[in-house]
Design a protein around this ligand. Structure first.
Ligand code: HEC
Length: 145
């Protein structure tokens, strides 16, 4: 019985894994939306529209670090078109630089996770992390507005 359950779980895990892989454009767009959602709380604190909340700031940084780890695998060669993608062709001609940008973003998020403990170091450190969004979009994302 237990073995059968294990086998069923393994099969299910394989299926969800395959589904995730089959639609990398939708998956990366969803992760980006998650990040922009996660950026709202720290953004409001930064503007003085909400009180400092360390738990929210840390949750946001954890989302960034997580996405930075997953994102580089979601730009395979067969995902240049479809789903109204805003990904620019330069991603695939400059893949090493594109991946380096993800790595820098992930490192900045991780070091902010370690260093942000109060409002003062939040204000000093968060903008540097958030700059990575625009720095990458400028080169690798077509803005449709
Ligand atoms: C290393 C590059 C890179 C970094 C860093 C990055 N993005 Fe993106 N982002 C992209 C690319 C490429 C797209 C286009 C994806 C597509 O449409 O296939 C995108 C798309 C988006 C979108 C549109 C998603 C949609 O389809 O609705 C949002 C919102 C977004 N990013 C927010 C963010 C935020 C917020 C951050 C920082 C916290 C961030 N991104 C960091 C590369 C990056």
């Amino acid at each position: 019985m237990f073995r059968r359950l294990l086998v069923a779980a393994a099969v299910l895990a394989g299926v969800t894994g395959a589904l995730a892989q089959s639609d990398p454009i939708a998956e990366r767009q969803q992760l980006m939306k998650d990040m922009s959602q996660a950026a709202k709380a720290p953004g409001a604190i930064m503007k003085g529209e909400a009180p400092f909340d360390l738990a929210k700031v840390q949750a946001s940084l954890a989302t960034f670090a997580n996405v930075a780890k997953k994102a580089p695998t979601l730009f395979p060669d067969n995902s240049k078109t479809g789903h109204d993608t805003e990904a620019l062709p330069k991603i695939w001609t400059d893949k090493a630089d594109f991946n380096a940008k993800w790595e820098k973003f992930g490192k900045d998020a991780a070091s902010a996770q370690a260093s942000i403990t109060d409002e003062a170091n939040f204000k000093a450190n968060f903008p540097g992390v958030a700059k990575n969004c625009g720095a990458c979009h400028e080169t690798y994302r077509a803005k449709k507005s």
